[in-house]
Design a protein around this ligand. Structure first.
Ligand code: ZN
Length: 248
């Protein structure tokens, strides 16, 4: 087994996908019990052009946001282990595809977490700079506004997430790229590495000299680039890896 990477002392980049949050009760999107596998309409709700074009889809989207299991979710041992790694003094940057804020809730510093797909706790207007919290907006939904408009301009409100058909935020992607480029250890956890540009972060990290370590149940297109591939469940693999890094 390759163990040398554990003793590298430089920056640690971590890319996380849905797989790190399933132990917290948040279903992934495309797996066998995934949200879209069970309910194809949910994918329509997540496509920007449909959302903007169809008020009835927006009404469904607000109800889906209200009923999202992520509100009840709490961080699991994998989120906590990554927060411990930062707390131990290591320079850790988490690049996450998840919108559930579980890294921050586990104790990772908000400024060390890059949310490339946005988050579900904030709401933005698609027309102007207005932004507010999801909690405040869901109160408007409960109070009888099924598709609450922007209070400033009357425009369409949406969660502060990156929907299908939307561009990723350029500054966020630049920050993620720098984190990958400057890592000595790059952990890809619970992501199928099939969605760009998140997946290419692995290639950027390796090109920058990082050891790539993949923790995922299924094979990924980047396994061949990896120093080590771990198929063990994330909930045990990540705490073990963090302990090994800190002990090395
Ligand atoms: Zn507005």
């Amino acid at each position: 087994m390759t163990t040398e990477w554990r003793s590298r002392t430089g920056r640690i980049g971590v890319l996380t996908g849905a797989g790190i949050s399933t132990d917290s009760g948040i279903p992934d999107f495309r797996g066998p019990r995934g949200v879209w596998t069970k309910d194809p309409i949910a994918e329509l709700l997540s496509t920007y052009q449909n959302y903007v074009a169809d008020p009835s889809l927006r009404e469904r989207a607000w109800l889906a946001r209200r009923d999202n299991p992520a509100w009840q979710a709490v961080p699991n041992p994998a989120h906590k282990a990554l927060a411990d790694l930062e707390r131990a003094g290591r320079a850790v940057t988490v690049i996450t595809q998840n919108i559930d804020r579980l890294h921050q809730r586990a104790g990772s510093s908000p400024e060390r977490v890059i949310e490339i797909h946005g988050n579900m706790f904030d709401v933005v207007c698609i027309e102007c700079d207005f932004h507010t919290t999801m909690a405040a907006t869901l109160e408007r939904v409960s109070a009888g506004e099924p598709d609450p408009p922007c209070p400033d301009c009357g425009g369409i409100l949406k969660s502060a997430t990156v929907m299908f058909g939307q561009q990723m935020d350029r500054r966020t992607m630049a920050a993620a790229t720098i984190a990958a480029e400057t890592s000595e250890i790059f952990l890809a956890i619970g992501t199928s590495l099939q969605v760009e540009p998140a997946a290419s972060m692995c290639a950027i990290a390796v090109r920058g000299g990082a050891d790539l370590v993949i923790v995922n149940a299924e094979p990924t297109p980047y396994d061949e680039l990896a120093t080590e591939v771990i198929r063990e469940p994330i909930g045990t693999a990540v705490p073990r890896l963090v302990a090994e890094i800190l002990a090395a």
